[in-house]
Design a binder for this molecule. Structure first.
Ligand code: NAI
Length: 259
C-alpha cells in the first residue's frame, strides 16, 4: 500500500452505501475507470460480497455508519491513511423509512432515523472529507431522489430528507467552491434487484407496464446513475456545480390526470 499512498495520479473516491444497490453500481463503475474506492457501508454481508467481487481493484471496505460522527470521521481518516489523498465523495447511503405509516403515526424516532441517515449523514461525511477534497480540488455527488420534488402519501421523512439533500447541495457548492464542486443526482425508479446482496437480490419482477409508463420506455438501472456520477466527478464537469440532475426516464415530466 506504500506505493499507492504516494501515487498522486490515482483518483480516490469514497462511496457511502457502496456495498449494494445503486452504490454497488457506482463502486463498480469507478473501479473500472481506474479509481481507488472506499466502500463505506453498514451491511456486513454486502460488504463481504464486494471484497470478493472487486478483489482485483484498489478497494477498501469500511464498516461505517454515516449518521454517527466518530464513524464518519474514521472512514475519512482510514481512507487517507490507505490511499494518501481523497478526490471524490459520493454521499449515496440512504434508507427508505416507513412508507405505510400515516403522518399522525410516524414516530419521532422513525423520523429522526431517516433524517440522520439520509441528511445528517451527508453533512457529517462532507464535514470530515472537506479539508482533503479542498487540497485535491475534488468533487462531491449527493444522492437525492425525485421524491424531493413530488410525493406519494406517507413519505414525509424520506421526502423531507431528500429535499434537504438538494438544498444542502447548493449550499455546500457555494461554501466549498471554487476548490470543491458539489452536485446532486435525483434518481426516479431504479431497479437495483441485480445489485443487491444474496438473499435480497432478484426479488423484484418488473411488469411490462412498469417499463411502458416511463417516457424513456423502461425502468432505470444502477448503471444509468453510475455513468452520470462518474461524469460529474470528472474534470469534464468542471463548470458544473450546485445542480440537481433528475434521472427518472421522464416520469417527473409526465402529467397523470385521470381521463
Ligand atoms: P439500497 O438499500 O439498495 O442500498 C443502500 C445502501 O446503503 C445499503 O448497502 C445499506 O446498507 C447502506 N446504508 C444504509 N444506512 C447506512 C448508514 N447509516 N451508513 C452507511 N451505509 C448505510 O438502496 P438504493 O436503492 O441503492 O439507494 C441508494 C440511494 O439512492 C439512496 O440514497 C436512495 O434514497 C437513493 N434513491 C434510490 C432510488 C431507487 O429507485 N433505488 C430512487 C431514488 C433515490
Amino acid at each position: 500500500m506504500e506505493s499507492i499512498r504516494e501515487d498522486k495520479n490515482l483518483q480516490v473516491a469514497i462511496v457511502t452505501g457502496g456495498a449494494q444497490g445503486i452504490g454497488r453500481g457506482i463502486t463498480a463503475h469507478l473501479l473500472e475507470t481506474g479509481y481507488a474506492v472506499t466502500v463505506a457501508d453498514v451491511d456486513t454481508q454486502a460488504m463481504e460480497e464486494c471484497r470478493d467481487l472487486f478483489s482485483s481493484g484498489h478497494l477498501l471496505v469500511l464498516k461505517t455508519d454515516v449518521g454517527t460522527e466518530p464513524s464518519a470521521r474514521a472512514c475519512v481518516s482510514e481512507t487517507i491513511r490507505t490511499f494518501g489523498h481523497l478526490d471524490a465523495l459520493v454521499n449515496n447511503a440512504g434508507i427508505a423509512g416507513p412508507h405505510t405509516c400515516s403522518l399522525e403515526d410516524l414516530s419521532l424516532a422513525d423520523w429522526e432515523k431517516v433524517i440522520r441517515t439520509n441528511l445528517t449523514g451527508v453533512f457529517l461525511m462532507t464535514r470530515h472529507a472537506a479539508p482533503h477534497l479542498r487540497s485535491a480540488r475534488g468533487a462531491i455527488v449527493n444522492m437525492a431522489s425525485t421524491r424531493a420534488l413530488q410525493s406519494e402519501a406517507h413519505t414525509e421523512a424520506y421526502s423531507a430528507s431528500k429535499g434537504g439533500v438538494v438544498a444542502l447541495t447548493h449550499s455546500m457548492a457555494v461554501s466549498l467552491g471554487p476548490q470543491v464542486r458539489v452536485n446532486c443526482v435525483s434518481p426516479g425508479w431504479i431497479d437495483t434487484s441485480q445489485w443487491k446482496r444474496k438473499g435480497l437480490s432478484g426479488l423484484v419482477t418488473l411488469r411490462d407496464v412498469d417499463h411502458q409508463q416511463h417516457p424513456a420506455g423502461r425502468v432505470g438501472k444502477p448503471e444509468d446513475i453510475a455513468e452520470l456520477v462518474r461524469y460529474l466527478l470528472s474534470p469534464a464537469a468542471s463548470f458544473i456545480t450546485g445542480q440537481n440532475f433528475i434521472v427518472d426516464g421522464g416520469m417527473t415530466r409526465k402529467m397523470i390526470y385521470v381521463e
